[in-house]
Design a protein around this ligand. Structure first.
Ligand SMILES: *Cc1c(COP(=O)(O)O)cnc(C)c1O
Length: 230
């Protein structure tokens, strides 16, 4: 067994354990393998091991990899990076599940391009639950308005909320933010919750995550990237 396949199976086992602990059905949690910075060959290997959903943060990289992996018919892209309006066209074309809608302007643009592509795009609203400065995501106070707006977009289908909690050393430190996202979703009658990464996905599952976004624990450590440089 290759190391990547081994790590993928270990993550799946940890998801199953977290589900068992919290009395949840493992099929209620979707694993998105975050493949940013890793080559198409690594994605192909995970695909061969049964992984279907992959997360990318950069539009250029998404376009490039989706072309390279056109022969993997069941592969599903999740766009999880900050989305600029002028890139919405490309994301709509690839037909990705967009987890990071955080403004009406981006929603309008995605809706327009999804219509042109003849698609219905599943989307989530990214929420800045901790109210951190310089973090993308919709402000909690603006959420109701944005939910209404996205629901009014004919070619977008609102599936839930997504968040990235503040960076902490302890997984437990993320718990209150995950619980907060769950409350916000339930207040708006939304069932999808994308929360939890390599360092805290088990806590996220205990708090109700329906999507976990796991990169390093599957693909190994990332080389330094743009968003990690000073
Ligand atoms: C990179 C990234 C992840 C995965 O992080 P890991 O720590 O590698 O699991 C998840 N979500 C988002 C939005 C990311 O940018």
């Amino acid at each position: 067994m290759t190391p990547l396949r081994e790590r993928l199976m270990a993550v799946r086992a940890r998801i199953a354990d977290a589900c068992a602990r919290s009395g949840r059905d493992p099929s209620s949690v979707m694993l998105v393998a975050v493949s940013k910075v890793h080559p198409a060959a690594a994605i192909r290997e995970a695909y061969a091991a049964g992984q279907r959903a992959f997360g990318e943060n950069y539009v250029q990289e998404l376009i490039h990899k989706s072309a390279q992996l056109r022969d993997c018919p069941e592969l599903q892209w999740h766009y999880i990076g900050h989305l600029q309006r002028n890139k919405a066209k490309f994301v709509a074309r690839v037909g990705a599940f967009v987890e990071t809608v955080d403004s009406e302007r981006v929603a309008v643009e995605l809706d327009k391009h999804a219509a042109r592509e003849g698609r219905h795009l599943p989307v989530m609203i990214q929420v800045n639950v901790a109210g951190e400065q310089r973090k993308s995501g919709c402000d909690v106070r603006e959420l109701s308005r944005l939910v209404d707006h996205v629901r009014s977009c004919e070619h977008l289908s609102l599936r839930g909320l997504m968040t990235i909690p503040p960076l902490e050393d302890e997984a437990e430190a993320s718990r209150p933010y995950f619980a907060r996202l769950r409350e916000l979703a339930s207040r708006h009658e939304l069932t999808g919750l994308s929360m939890g990464m390599s360092s805290d996905f088990e806590v996220a599952i205990e708090e109700g995550a329906t999507i976990v976004r796991v990169g390093a624990a599957i693909f190994g450590p990332r080389p330094a990237t743009r968003d990690q440089s000073p």
